[in-house]
Write a protein that binds this ligand. Structure first.
Ligand SMILES: [Mg+2]
Length: 404
């Protein structure tokens, strides 16, 4: 095997932790997420709750309808993070590289230590054993020749499962008649698109490659390769020192000494950064504000902000940073996010579970834009998406400067 990859995934993580810490919850349908009566979704639920048809991401109202006698709890993210750190310590012992996907999930490159499938099997068993002994929790582990196959393998025998997929042929044999959703990156929307063209299974993808590529472009090429078991992606550990950033900046035609205007420009820059980050499926874990003063002296100010990917969050932080700099005429202003990680590596925040928080954020974003439009008599309605283009952004900013 060219690569030997383990995918490890904790079973019903949040729910298992709560049950471990409070044995009275054992054997009961336990739903972690929003509480009944709140707007929001299920984060994780116990296997007993799944018997009622409840699953993660389900609307809490629907969950309550299905299981009014369940035990509903809010997630204790700090506690889960601490346990996640302990898990990573175990995982890192056996991996030459570990790639975190979520608090409770990671890819491990074990080729070096395992050497062969037997070795990988031993490592998998040890990880499961140590997780049980040291943390009182169970996990499911998949061993395979590729990342996609490893993830499929860990899902195969959940909970407390173990499964291996040594070759591309084994992988294809296993999934050939399954729904296209089994292929990495195929979510509900992509699946619907494919279904609409009668492409329902992996076999359909194999047989109608051209249609898939025509429908989905680059993603289509990726999933046709996957349908044949081809996935050469490496386990890439997320290390802060690897981080690059995504940013936008503008230079003014005349120096700006109006810090109110600068703050307003930050709104647009934050929108551009959000747009670019979303397009690449990335989010940052910190925000940087960059200024060049009229005398060409440049400064940057940064602050770490976990999981920031919304224009609102980026703007708020950049504006706070701007409040604290020396107020001199400015020639250039820029905003960026750094310590990037992929959507997969995104750590869940409370906002993911509470629709209310998300709606509030969107409303806040809208309010900021409306304010800008009124203040500078701009009309974004028609061309907000054009603002992402460099020349439109510059023109708009210049327009704002002149009308400030
Ligand atoms: Mg899990």
């Amino acid at each position: 095997m060219e690569q030997i990859i383990i995918h490890v995934d904790m079973d019903a993580f949040f729910a298992s932790v709560e049950t471990r810490d409070n044995p009275a919850l054992r054997g009961k349908p336990l739903i972690i997420g929003a509480l009944p009566g709140e707007r929001g979704v299920v984060a994780t639920c116990s296997y007993e709750a799944r018997k009622y048809g409840i699953h993660s991401a389900m609307n809490i109202k629907e969950a309550y309808r299905l299981c009014p006698n369940g035990i509903y709890m809010r997630p204790d993210i700090d506690k889960y993070k601490a346990i996640s750190n302990q898990l990573h310590e175990i995982w890192n012992t056996y991996a030459s590289a570990a790639e975190t996907i979520a608090l409770d999930e990671a890819y491990l490159d074990v080729k070096e230590l395992a050497r062969d499938l037997d070795g990988a099997r031993r490592i998998a068993r040890t990880i499961k054993q140590r997780t049980r002994d040291e943390l009182g929790l169970t996990c499911s582990v998949g061993v395979a020749y590729s990342k996609t196959a490893a993830k499929t393998a860990s899902e195969e025998k959940k909970p407390d499962g173990y499964f291996e997929i040594p070759s591309a042929k084994d992988f294809v044999d296993l999934i050939i008649d399954r729904d296209v959703r089994v292929l990495h990156t195929v979510g509900e929307m992509t699946a619907e698109k494919l279904h609409a063209f009668g492409i329902r299974t992996v076999r359909d993808v194999q047989e109608r490659q051209e249609t898939v590529v025509r429908l989905l472009g680059k993603q289509g090429r990726w999933i046709t390769r996957l349908a044949f078991g081809i996935d050469e992606r490496k386990v890439t550990p997320y290390r802060p020192q690897d981080a690059k950033s995504i940013g936008r900046e503008v230079t003014f035609q005349e120096d700006v000494n109006n810090y109110g205007l600068l703050k307003d420009v930050l709104v647009l820059l934050a929108l551009c950064v959000e747009h670019r980050a979303k397009r690449h499926g990335l989010h940052g874990n910190g925000v940087t504000l960059k200024l060049t003063y009229f005398d060409m002296k440049g400064i940057t100010r940064s602050r770490s902000v976990p999981d920031c990917d919304s224009a609102d969050a980026i703007y708020q932080e950049a504006a706070r940073l701007l409040d604290n700099v020396e107020k001199r005429p400015v020639r250039l202003v820029g905003v960026s996010i750094y310590n990037l990680s992929g959507e997969e590596g995104r750590q869940l925040t409370l906002e993911d579970y509470f629709a209310e928080a998300r709606q509030q954020r969107n409303a806040e974003q809208k309010r900021l834009l409306t304010e800008l439009q009124t203040r500078y008599r701009l009309d974004f309605a028609g061309h907000l998406d054009q603002i992402y283009q460099a020349d439109t952004l510059h023109r708009t900013v210049e327009y704002m400067r002149k009308h400030s």
